[in-house]
Ligand binder design. Structure first.
Ligand code: 5GP
Length: 202
């Protein structure tokens, strides 16, 4: 059995990454998702164990001490981390797994898992990013400006990724990600076993 692959997905606020991921998992239910451990408070609508495990600072620091995290970052005063064991277990069992992290988390995972495939979700244009960030009409100008600055900072690091998927039309963007996942399963490295089996019978 082939090992599964690790897919790192990042995208700035305004890229539409969250909706895209929901659609991706609807279309590919066999795909695993890496649930991050985080120390921030749960927001309204969030469910424990769905996207995040909400844990105490003490528990998080113990996970750091015991080397249980593939990577972690401190973001606006809270810890966010990717537990190592579920990622290793999923790939050992032959499942592909998606890890959604920010650009720093992605860089740290690449150092430990250089074979991981990274995908950056890009808004179609600067104007569209601005439109999406201002669209909700609930945030102050300052908050929008901060989000814009943070998104642009992330976009500047998109060149660190293997693939860039433009999220203009959501169905097309989801299909683009599925194409990347499917193609990664057809590389020579992944197909070496079948090649060996066929040649053995020659
Ligand atoms: P939020 O608090 O809005 O859910 O997430 C804040 C940021 O943390 C987002 O950029 C998100 O991609 C990032 N994030 C979520 N999980 C992880 C993780 O496990 N590790 C790191 N480094 N960042 C994460």
């Amino acid at each position: 059995m082939n090992k599964g692959s690790v897919f790192i997905i990042s995208g700035p606020s305004g890229s539409g990454k969250d909706t895209l991921l929901v659609r991706l998992f609807e279309k590919c239910p066999e795909l695993k998702f890496s649930i991050s451990s985080i120390t921030r408070d749960m927001r309204v609508g969030e469910v424990e164990g769905e996207k995040y495990n909400f844990i105490s600072r003490e528990k998080f620091e113990k996970m750091i001490e015991e080397d249980m995290l593939l990577e972690y970052n401190c973001y606006v005063g809270n810890y966010y981390g990717t537990p190592k064991e579920p990622v290793i277990r999923a790939t050992e069992e032959g499942f592909d797994i998606v890890i959604e992290v920010d650009v720093n988390g992605a860089a740290n995972i690449r150092k430990k898992l250089p074979e991981a495939i990274s995908i950056f979700i890009m808004p179609p244009s600067f104007e569209e990013l601005e439109r999406r960030l201002t669209g909700r009409g609930t945030d102050s100008k300052e908050v929008i400006a901060k989000r814009m600055e943070s998104s642009l900072g992330e976009i500047k690091r998109a060149a660190e990724y293997d693939y860039i998927v433009v999220n203009d039309d959501i169905s097309t963007a989801v299909d683009d990600i599925i194409s990347i996942i499917n193609a990664s399963g057809l590389t020579l490295k992944k197909q070496s076993q079948i090649l060996k089996e066929v040649l053995e019978k020659c």
